[in-house]
Ligand binder design. Sequence first.
Ligand code: FAD
Length: 431
Amino acid sequence: MTWRRDTPLCVGEPLRPADAPQRATDPPPAAQPNATDVAIVGAGVIGLSIAWRLAAAGLAVTVFDRGDAGASLAATGMLAAATELEPGGADLLALALESRSLWPRYRAELESEAGTDIDYRREGILTVALGRDEVDRLKFRHDLQARAGLVTHWLDGPRVRAMEPALRPSASAGIYCADDHQVDPRCLVPALRRALAARGGRLMENLPVLSLDIAGGRVGGVVTPQGLCRAPIVIVANGAWACEILGDALPVPVRPLKGQALALRSTARTGTPAHVVWTEQVHLAPKAGGRLIVGATVEECGFDRTVTAGGVFALLEGARRAFPCIEDMEIEAVWTGFRPTSDDDAPILGATGIAGLVLATGHHRNGILLAPVTAQAIHDLVVGGAMSGASAGFGLGRFAGSGPRKGASNSVERGARLPPQEEPHAAQYQR
Ligand SMILES: Cc1cc2nc3c(=O)[nH]c(=O)nc-3n(C[C@H](O)[C@H](O)[C@H](O)COP(=O)(O)OP(=O)(O)OC[C@H]3O[C@@H](n4cnc5c(N)ncnc54)[C@H](O)[C@@H]3O)c2cc1C
């Protein structure tokens, strides 16, 4: 899979797969059906995974996408269930581990049905402390993982540097998680589109859903510029834009959380990390063809797609602090994406008080990881009437009566700054 690069440096929107339609010449949308069994708003990794699963179950599925550069193509693609664990994250960990365990089968079926490779890589994730002062925080993270029963390995400085010889010599400890893998979202999204088509699902590209048809406490379909498409089940999977489509009909605590990321091109001379490497500032993920993704900032600034000097500086500075060799790598692209982030940083899945209306949003920084379990949960709900397993606890109802929204200010959180805290805390990783 190659990525499109029309200009010497791609800035702003995520790199798009080579077979994606050119934006300037996007064809007009095809004619939508008058009716469908299931209408899905949004063709990111979440909407497409659900659609693929429901189409495989024999339902007539229509996905509507208006062509915004969604988070899915901006993502690094880490399946970091264990590495991501935060204090208080036991419920989300259960969901993440369930999804991680589904990934091998999801991947095998997807690659087989799509006929393409999604660059699934098993090199594992190495989280490193760059200097003595970071070791305590890393130790706290490792203890947290051990208490949760996760299999991760503590490494001293020499062992870390043996695994990644190009690391700065000050690298003084690490945690290695062999079970956290990665994929390339720029291969994953096109594969999902193909697999959906192979199952007879419809994708209405460049066709926005303007509103939902809701009357008498139930949903009747979606309204687009072509008119009403009737559907007894409508699944809202449009990521950070969920509030826009739901409006006052169903307030959901989801907001965009901007992330800037960039792609470097390594060469035989520069070398590249052999694993996904996390530091307190950045993560670096090697991909096929010598590409190295460096991510990502975390910024509360609404839908502002600007690539900023401060953001790029933080990424490059963080990457160079770990791997001085990045200085000689070409910068291929820099971009922004909007994580769909809920008030508790976990997804919102399942039925609502409006009959037929289903939510699958709020996947924050884990939407790639959580795609298989989300698709499974929504399939079980639509086909079997209920979600099972860890997903059952992630409905909208958990926010009932909760206080003001977190992060509702316009403040910008960027860089590796750690908030003052009383005990060593897992670092504020940028994802
Ligand atoms: C920089 C960055 C790095 C990340 N890294 C990782 C990672 O390593 N691992 C991981 O698991 N997750 C990662 N994430 C998070 C992950 O990308 C998201 O959680 C996930 O992509 C969300 O997918 P989605 O399908 O819900 O939304 P999106 O991918 O944003 O898709 C939403 C779609 O809805 C469409 N849409 C919006 N409104 C309408 C409308 N009215 N009508 C029709 N269509 C509409 C848009 O066009 C868009 O295509 C990262 C995110 C960012 C920003």
